[in-house]
Design a binder for this molecule. Structure first.
Ligand code: ATP
Length: 317
């Protein structure tokens, strides 16, 4: 028998309380000014030691039913493998790892699930290989792969500038409660951006440089009514253009008592702001009955990527 080290790290999905999007830049990216809120829907990544330099990727059986090999790539293009490989390049480590994801965040749902997986993989492999990188250094490695990865590492709430990768943490005094309505389909983030650009073709749009201070204030103090008035997502119009049913779902949730409904990131997941935890639970029941969906209650802020479990797995040799 040999004892192989194994580390599990957990990272949160996110919603964007505010997402302002500028015109496409020369490098193809869009400048954004956003307020991220990490919510209590988590991805787990287990990284287990290997004696060679290979990576394997698999889905844990406790993953949500939507996660299957059709939607979740089980190869080198998975962000988990790419993040582990990027960390290996950065640190000069030569070992591989067996990587297993417990998927709970909707895939292509606008909640940064892939970014959360990458952040969890960075934290798990950093511990597995004893690299000793701190969170800021892991964020530098993560930013090479995706603009939302630094935020998934830090968690909490934050202002994101640049392409969303320049993260400034915000300290919130209280939590807010949300009902998430995942869709049975995904939307491709690049396609939503392209659609937004087309819809705005005759408009003069400026690159945003800062977030709205009233929204920050409402989130910090958990002033739900003010927050409801200030929720903003520039991508919503494009997401609705691609999937018009989003508009019906938002209208239904608001009619059933949500303070406000908004598309999360590039969609199609919809986040409904509730007045309290109890209100969120009541609202979820009403939405599930009316729309025949599996809505979830989450709260934010949630913690960023961290190790949750560290032990040796014994295998026959
Ligand atoms: P974002 O809001 O960050 O733009 P998203 O949450 O809408 O992204 P993800 O689920 O992160 O979307 O991933 C989108 C696509 O990336 C998927 O369709 C899938 O093909 C690919 N992908 C690669 N690695 C992963 C991963 N670990 N989890 C989910 N999708 C992944």
């Amino acid at each position: 028998m040999i004892g192989l080290k194994s580390v599990v790290a957990r990272a949160p999905g996110k919603i964007n309380v505010s997402l302002e999007v500028g015109p496409p830049r020369e490098d193809g990216y869009h400048s954004v000014a956003t307020i991220y809120l990490a919510v209590s829907l988590f991805e787990d990544v287990r990284a287990s030691e290997r004696m060679d330099s290979e990576f394997t990727i698999s889905l844990h059986p406790d993953s949500a039913p939507f996660a299957d090999p059709e939607t979740f790539p089980l190869g080198k293009d998975n962000l988990v493998v790419r993040a582990a490989d990027e960390l290996r390049r950065y640190t000069g480590v030569t070992m591989g790892a067996d990587l297993e994801v417990t998927k709970r965040v909707p895939i292509a749902g606008g909640m940064g699930g892939g970014s959360a997986d990458a952040a969890a993989a960075l934290v798990a492999c950093n511990a597995l290989w004893d690299c000793g990188l701190n969170r800021e250094e892991l964020a530098v490695v993560g930013a090479k792969l995706g603009a939302d990865i630094p935020f998934a590492l830090f968690g909490g709430a934050a202002v994101g500038l640049g392409i969303g990768d320049q993260v400034s943490p915000m300290l919130l005094r209280r939590s807010t409660y949300w009902v998430l309505v995942p869709a049975s389909y995904g939307l491709s983030t690049p396609e939503v951006y392209r659609t937004l650009d087309k819809l705005r073709a005759d408009q003069d749009v400026e690159a945003p440089h800062e977030v709205d201070i009233d929204t920050v204030q409402a989130l910090v103090t958990a002033d739900v009514n003010a927050l409801g008035l200030n929720l903003r997502n520039d991508m919503e119009q494009a997401a609705i253009h691609l999937a018009p049913e989003i508009d019906t779902v938002i209208g239904t949730g608001e009619r059933l008592g949500a303070v406000r409904g908004i598309v999360s990131g590039s969609g199609p997941t919809i986040a409904f702001l509730a007045e309290s935890k109890t209100h969120a639970e009541q609202l979820r029941t009403l939405i599930n009955e009316e729309l025949d969906v599996d809505a979830l209650v989450v709260s934010g802020p949630a913690n960023g990527a961290a190790v949750v479990n560290h032990h040796a797995v014994f295998r026959g040799n």
